[in-house]
Design a protein around this ligand. Sequence first.
Ligand SMILES: C[S@@+](CC[C@H](N)C(=O)[O-])C[C@H]1O[C@@H](n2cnc3c(N)ncnc32)[C@H](O)[C@@H]1O
Length: 467
Amino acid sequence: MLTKATIEHEKLKLNAPFFRVALAPTNAEQQLLSTLKNLGKLPEGFDGQLFVPLLTHHNPKIRCLAIKNVGKLKDERFLQTLIVFAETEKNTLARREAVSAIGRLRTENAIPILTRFATDADPKIVLQALRGLLYFKKEHPEVKRVLASLAKHPNELIQEHIARESQCQDPTETAKSRNHPASPDALKNVMVCADVQEALKVMPDESIHLTFTSPPYYNARDYTIFPSYEAYLNFLTAVFKETHRITKEGRFFVLNTSPVIVPRISRAHASKRYAIPYDIHPRLTEIGWEFIDDIVWVKPDYAAKNRNGGFFQHRKPLGYKANSVTESVMVYRKKTDKLIDWNIRQYDEEIVNTSRVLRDYEKTNVWHINPATDKVHPAVFPDELASRIVQFYSFKGDLVFDPFGGSGTVGNVALTHERYFLLCEKEVEYVVRARQLLDAALFTDAEPRVLSLNELKANIAEENQKL
Ligand SMILES: C[S@@+](CC[C@H](N)C(=O)[O-])C[C@H]1O[C@@H](n2cnc3c(N)ncnc32)[C@H](O)[C@@H]1O
């Protein structure tokens, strides 16, 4: 097998027979694949004809790498080869490479061809064609026509691309996105003792950086009794819509839920299972939360209620019931055109550096964490779960929100990691418990405060007056 170093060295000798031998289609497939992969940047004058016999190789991976290398040459003499390949190739990856290569030629002669591929049945081919066309000015009549014709394309990625292109204003310059790291002082280290729906109404737009929360699990506990599952989902949707409004551009929302069981009322009835994470998900994306990750929180076996006693005895099919040791931790981002790099760039280098996650961390989406218990609250977050979320999805000095604050775990963890917190909790008993935790916290320049709804309103109004 050829090493990268040999390839680099031989590339410099332009007319030597080395690559004629190395790229001969009769070579072993593994050797061809490795050579094609390691070719890197091709020097000017590299003989692109060497790739042509490989374009009909029976191995699609070889065809794909060969066409990619043709593309690297950016040589208009290969336009016809690229067109024929893109029109006849069956492998979708290889076709995309060919259309991308046509675009990168940046020649006016490619415009009619890219226009044709912009009507392809494969949305990825359409996107490649669109990328190629956008190398030319949007005012170019043909480019303009294609952009207009794709505005109603059924594919969501194409629609987003077109919408972004038609935005005339530079989104980096909007007033709201300025001063991204700042948050209102009136909300810093505050626990509001009120119904979250009332509290949210008074909170200013784009004022928090991260939400981590675990709402009531339908009627599993007595916090609130909802008349129906639909009413419960509507309540959560309303709270998370307002949470979206008060979240800064491109920032994260992390939701911990799990399916719940409502036990059967008698042996003559079946129990009912409600798939909360799956039912709330479409509502969240509808609001404008973009799905990012699904993390599975795994608890030890002992933490689960035993549901398979019956099956253990009778072993009859259909009667199997799994003991549930997992919960969903769904990660969303407030939808924006901006990349995460844009969010990071809003912070001083020092904040970014001191917020780096230097500890050992879980690299998969399966997080094994023991549950926590509390002497007052029946369903608290383990500190470890909240710590991971706070450290992975916020910077020092950010404002972290929990609309269903309970015993204040998120607040306590936020303070530990030098963030500010904002919590809502309607039960006085839990607020009193949270206060004990939060008052014990060190390292903060804003004293933790428990406020009524009216006090919160007054503080926000006072801060607004000063501005
Ligand atoms: C699952 S617990 C959250 C526990 C929290 N993660 C902790 O670590 O302590 C949900 C909390 O939401 C509160 N809650 C339910 N409905 C509420 C509402 N409308 N407004 C504010 N809090 C509410 C409940 O009282 C309960 O404490």
